[in-house]
Design a protein around this ligand. Structure first.
Ligand code: GRF
Length: 211
């Protein structure tokens, strides 16, 4: 059987950014868009948390925001159906998870195959999950970093698009390491979205090739 090859589109795209909190990655992405570095618009900033500070940043920038409360829906499927409706209404090409703390269902991931990216504050496949900066320190690894990857139903394990490496210093605290990694997150997330809409990402099985 021939392996399926995905080619990212070369176009002016529309992205939806999904957040649950602070929103610094969303802000960095939007800054890059405003600076003309990425060929896309932010069609929607979506959150599952009404009080996510990132939503305020989005409103202050006159971007469209949407909060949907999962508790108001009978199931995750119903909740996601509503999200999908909102995304389709706006012709969203790419979903950027940026500190979105709710796991997407396998069917959502399949529906948007190769069209969902996530940023993770570790060098995947090491340290998937939560509190990964603390785990990196506790393990005594010498290097950590950030990973941008496509999202599949295998949480934090989708095909890797870009990574950045930072040293882990002997006197690092969770906070100092997180700050060092975050600076890199902001750079590589913008770079990955830029490459996406330049039509330069090719995904084949587990691998993403940059053309
Ligand atoms: C980042 O560290 C990101 O890698 C992780 O959640 C954090 C979100 O931070 N997935 P922010 O909301 O983008 O500031």
């Amino acid at each position: 059987m021939r392996e399926e090859v995905f080619q990212s589109p070369k176009k002016k795209g529309k992205i939806a950014v999904f957040i649950s909190g602070r929103g610094s990655n969303f802000k960095a992405l939007h800054d890059s868009i405003l600076a003309g570095k990425i060929n896309c618009d932010v069609a929607l900033v979506f959150s599952n948390k009404e009080d996510a500070p990132g939503l305020k940043i989005a409103r202050d920038r006159n971007l469209e925001t949407l909060f949907l409360d999962a508790k108001a829906y009978s199931s995750r499927e119903e909740y996601e159906k509503e999200i999908i409706k909102e995304l389709k209404k706006r012709d969203v090409d790419l979903i950027c998870l940026a500190g979105y703390m709710k796991i997407l269902s396998p069917s959502f991931c399949r529906e948007f195959k190769n069209s969902i990216m996530n940023i993770h504050p570790a060098l995947l496949p090491s340290f998937p999950g939560l509190h990964v900066q603390k785990k990196a320190i506790d393990w005594g690894v010498r290097y950590s970093g950030a990973t941008v990857h496509f999202v599949t139903d295998d949480v934090d394990m989708g095909p890797i698009i870009l990574q950045a490496v930072v040293p882990v210093l002997q006197d690092d605290t969770e906070e100092t390491l997180s700050d060092r990694i975050l600076k890199e997150e902001h750079k590589i997330y913008s770079e990955a979205v830029k490459l996406y809409f330049e039509g330069k990402l090719e995904a084949k099985g587990r691998r993403v090739y940059i053309k």
